[in-house]
Design a protein. Structure first.
Length: 333
């Protein structure tokens, strides 16, 4: 998927850096067969509920938006104002099944844009790029493949369309069962690839006392999920697959993952979630107003830990790229 890869692994003297990336998309049932009709983005009117938290901590989040979001001027007004006032960065996220032109067959495998033919993937991302540029007044330079579906043609398409940063890699998750990419061998550390593209992976890892055996141990535990073996392995320290997200992971797990990765030399962290979770009833993570309050509180608890206890600093995809460029200019490495 990636060529000319150069891992950026000399950041140990940096303070921990935290960026926030929001999959800004329509509300749909993630478990059901894809539908071109589910394109509601009315939840975008509630963006202030999370944006006010980001402002409190000096965070400039990155909203990676798909076509229904970019094209719905009635419902993306808050997002456009946040961007106009410099309170956020924007990027593109390709959901092929709701992104014209519509030429591919609907299927679970084709929900991963990297599985599409070259011309189809390129045409869809071109249309999305043009729509964002038209309605937001800025060409997006940040990309995140829908469902993390970076494919064999994605790199060259990003280069042709002028993208600079990719956020698609999601270690250590393996999506190959329904045709997606396998990221289990990737580390949550930034790397350059292709012709000056920067990859900033999402923050996830196998937290384990035995890292070289973690993947195989996790796969073994999954075979006995009915016996609750994954939970047993997690509690005993054998292996725990975690992600830095308020969706499905607890504050204790956020701290556990962050401390583990800091010991591994990781200095760039990504807090990620889906925009549809900010309105109750859209996702399994937030079904009621009570769960929404707990969801938002998890942001504050982790940010307090990261910025106050760890002495971390807020950043963003474009800021990380500038930091890497400045470091390269100063050291020549």
């Amino acid at each position: 998927m990636f060529t000319n890869v150069d891992l950026i692994d000399n950041l140990a003297h940096f303070p921990p850096l935290l960026q926030v990336v929001i999959d800004t998309e329509e509300a749909f049932d993630w478990q059901k067969f894809p539908s071109r009709e589910q394109v509601s983005v009315t939840h975008l009117h509630f963006l202030e509920s999370v944006q006010s938290i980001f402002q409190q901590y000096g965070i400039v989040p990155c909203y990676v938006m798909d076509y229904p979001v970019a094209n719905d001027l009635a419902n993306n007004v808050v997002l456009r104002e946040l961007h106009r006032s410099g309170q956020c960065e924007i990027g593109a996220q390709l959901h092929p099944w709701v992104n014209p032109p519509f030429s591919e067959q609907l299927s679970f495998a084709n929900m991963y844009p990297g599985n599409l033919d070259y011309e189809v993937e390129k045409a869809k991302l071109y249309e999305l790029t043009q729509t964002i540029t038209k309605h937001f007044g800025e060409q997006p330079r940040i990309y995140k493949a829908g469902r993390y579906g970076f494919g064999s043609n994605t790199q060259i398409i990003l280069e042709k369309l002028g993208y600079l940063i990719d956020l698609s890699v999601c270690p250590p998750f393996d999506h190959s069962k329904d045709g997606g990419p396998d990221y289990h061998a990737f580390a949550p550390k930034p790397f350059t690839f292709g012709n000056n593209l920067l990859e900033i992976p999402l923050t996830g890892a196998y937290v384990s006392l035995y890292p070289p055996l973690a993947h195989n141990a996790f796969r073994f535990a999954q075979k006995y999920e009915r016996c609750r073996l994954p939970g047993i392995f997690a509690r005993t320290g054998i292996v725990d697959r975690l992600m830095l997200s308020p969706e499905g992971f607890t504050f204790a797990e956020h701290v556990k993952l962050t401390k583990f990765l800091l010991k591994q030399g990781v200095r760039t962290f990504t807090w990620s979630f889906h925009s549809s979770s900010i309105e109750p009833g859209n996702t399994s993570y937030v079904r009621t107003n009570k769960e929404l309050m707990a969801f938002l509180d998890s942001f504050k608890r982790f940010f307090d830990f990261f910025f106050h206890e760890l002495g971390g600093q807020a950043t963003s995809p474009h800021q990380i790229r500038m930091l890497m460029q400045n470091k390269h200019a100063q050291t020549g490495t």
